[in-house]
Design a protein around this ligand. Structure first.
Ligand code: PLP
Length: 414
């Protein structure tokens, strides 16, 4: 096989492109992880991470583990067997976090969400309202469901919990939203945050964290779930992480410092604006393709289409994995697959992390060629539509997506 020529466009919704600056920062000899150089780097980085989480009150505890590890840490530290938790069902990742809870012996109540719709906090609220005895210990909420490319309303969920005066802890998975679009730990009253290295933070996979506030810390003191590797009590002193269970993930901290430098230099709000711009362009492109009556944006809720990835639904009888294979093999564009029940029905275009306009346009061009090669009905001109979107003044999310909403409505009534 001939090695592919030119740049490959890596458009997975995680892991994402790793900037050379991060790679170079990580490529260094080992240092003493209890020595002054590393300890200062660790303290500095954990402090700076708070700005990305928008927290003054909370602090992060990091692990040499993927996001699944942070899921384990959240359940192991906070709960006892038999505790009840509520999980809005948003897709594959909500389900799998819930499975972690089940494995630890928790009683998990899933709240159904209609397919292709955002979580309705009022619906979740009804389950809380029915919990007169206060048995529900926590709501586990995925801000951005990477399996569907939909974002779910964190602030509104907290507001609903407050209105009901329910004491449940509020836990939010931000793995594919943090440093891509807005998240506010303190303002939105989030007690525990799940974060990962390989998406908006632009690091390799393999480092994750839980950020917690005083309430979560307090709850961890009396929780009876077994824990060793994840035990916060052995890693935290005076409200900050001072050690790891085992060797510290040294290179990740050098990478994290470079990533935080890049985010600070660009400005967090500008990072969000860039993600919005690229997401708008991607959606404009997919809507144009959809004029041919074929592909559609998965999210039917205009506000819920994610700024970090777009899931594209195939017309009946067409296989998303065939499009992915052609895009990858002929045009060097790597796309995310549909997970579990969505395999073959959707492909996912990641547009988060270290990405700019020409990278996106190149990838969208490759996908448009792949749609044509695969014989998928679509209208040409998606890349033009993306360019028009990039030329236009930044539209609000709602305005930009209004066309899709209308089209979906007319499709539904057709
Ligand atoms: N949560 C979300 C929303 C994710 O997107 C992912 C991975 O993509 C995870 C959790 C699990 O993270 P990891 O694959 O790093 O274990």
């Amino acid at each position: 096989m001939i090695a592919p020529r030119g740049w490959q466009f890596f458009m997975h919704p995680g892991p994402t492109n790793i900037p050379h600056r991060v790679l170079q920062a990580m490529a260094r000899p080992a240092v003493d992880f209890m020595g002054p150089e590393f300890v200062a780097l660790r303290d500095r980085s954990l402090q700076r991470l708070k700005a990305v989480l928008k927290t003054q009150k909370g602090f992060a505890i990091t692990y040499a583990a993927t996001g699944h590890g942070a899921w384990d840490a959240s359940i192991a530290n906070l709960f006892s067997p038999g505790d009840k938790v509520l999980v809005p069902q948003t897709g594959y990742f909500a389900e799998n976090w819930a499975k972690t809870a089940t494995q630890y012996g928790l009683d998990v109540e899933m709240v159904a969400t209609p397919e292709r719709r955002a979580v309705d906090p009022e619906t979740v609220g009804k389950h809380l309202a029915a919990d007169a005895k206060g048995a529900i210990k926590a709501v586990m909420f995925v801000q951005n469901e990477t399996a569907t490319g939909m974002r779910h309303p964190v602030a509104e969920m907290r507001a609903a919990m407050n209105r009901l005066g329910h004491p449940a802890l509020f836990m939010v998975d931000t793995i594919s939203s943090l440093a891509s679009f807005d998240f506010r730990m303190d303002e939105w009253g989030v007690d525990l945050v799940i974060g990962g290295s390989q998406k908006g933070l632009m690091l390799p996979p393999g480092m994750s964290f839980t950020a917690i506030n005083a309430r979560a810390w307090e709850m961890a003191q009396s929780a009876r779930n077994p824990r060793r590797y994840w035990d916060w009590r052995s890693m935290v002193e005076d409200g900050r992480q001072v050690r790891f269970c085992g060797t510290a993930p040294i290179p990740y901290f050098y990478g994290l410092e470079a990533s935080l430098d890049m985010i600070e230099e660009e400005g967090l709000e500008n990072v969000f604006a860039r993600h919005r711009r690229l997401a708008n362009a991607t959606r404009a492109c997919v809507r144009q393709w959809g004029q041919g009556g074929g592909v559609e944006i998965w999210s039917l809720d205009a506000e819920a289409a994610s700024d970090s990835l777009t899931s594209v639904l195939m017309p009946a009888g067409h296989d998303a994995d065939r499009v992915r294979a052609i895009a990858s093999e002929r045009y060097g564009v790597a796309l995310g697959r549909g997970l579990a029940a969505l395999q073959g029905r959707i492909f996912r275009i990641g547009h988060m992390g270290d990405l700019n306009e020409p990278m996106l346009l190149g990838a969208l061009g490759g996908i448009e060629l792949a749609l044509a090669d695969a014989g998928v009905p679509h209208a040409r001109g998606g890349v033009e539509a993306a360019m028009d979107s990039l030329r236009a003044p930044v539209a609000t999310h709602a305005t930009d997506l209004a066309g899709q909403e209308d089209r979906n409505r007319s499709l539904a009534s057709a």
